[in-house]
Design a protein around this ligand. Structure first.
Ligand SMILES: [Zn+2]
Length: 208
């Protein structure tokens, strides 16, 4: 498969789908392209370098074995105003990369940037690709876990190694970046599908 990864901000895909990427990479059969729409420089405290999240992202992408990465510089919380430009980026990637699978934020996500990328993904890929909407429970009121991806201990460990690159976020006390939070969330999803660990996705579109 050709797999397109869509992160409104650095770290979104790793949080929502790092385990699935690790699982797919273990087969060595898939090709990945990764778009990050914001380096999030303006959500960092002044004492941190504005490049830090992009550097951390590049470290995380390396752990997950993805080299074809493209980082844009939209300001945080402005993506709804740039939705047409984002759509054009996605339509271009549909022509050039032609993904079989797109991993995007879920449509129920209430963060304005996540919402914009989720909606433009559906617009761009609804007739061409399967779209899985990844989960960030602190951003949703409702979430339909229609697809469960079973993960091995090695997959979740790889996801954790990728997330461990975001030291700025653990320093800022983001609770979802704690090891216990990552493993227990995957464990709970695993309980739903007879697996030690799992990740859950909504399914805005399935094309086989
Ligand atoms: Zn985000």
């Amino acid at each position: 498969m050709r797999v397109l990864l869509l992160s409104p901000h650095t770290d979104d895909v790793e949080i929502g789908a790092g385990g699935l990427i690790a699982r797919l990479q273990a087969t060595g059969e898939h090709e990945f392209r990764w778009f990050v729409f914001s380096r999030c420089a303006d959500s960092l405290p002044a004492e941190l370098s504005p490049e830090i999240l992009e550097c951390e992202f590049r470290g995380a992408a390396q752990v997950l074995g993805v080299e074809d990465i493209h980082v844009f510089d939209y300001e945080v919380r402005t993506m709804p105003g740039h939705r047409q430009e984002i759509l054009e980026v996605l339509v271009r990637s549909r022509r050039e990369f032609n993904p079989d699978l797109v991993l995007a934020p879920c449509l129920e996500d209430v963060h304005q940037d996540h919402m914009a990328v989720a909606q433009e993904s559906l617009r761009a890929f609804k007739n061409s690709s399967t779209i899985l909407g990844y989960e960030q429970p602190w951003n949703t009121v409702e979430f339909a876990a229609r697809v469960l991806v079973r993960l091995s201990a090695a997959d979740i460990q790889r996801k954790w190694e990728a997330l461990s690159h975001y030291t700025s976020q653990t320093m800022l006390g983001r609770p979802y970046m704690e090891r216990d939070a990552v493993f227990s969330w995957a464990r709970a999803r695993g309980n739903q599908c007879g697996s030690e660990y799992a990740e859950a996705f909504d399914l805005p579109r399935g094309v086989i």
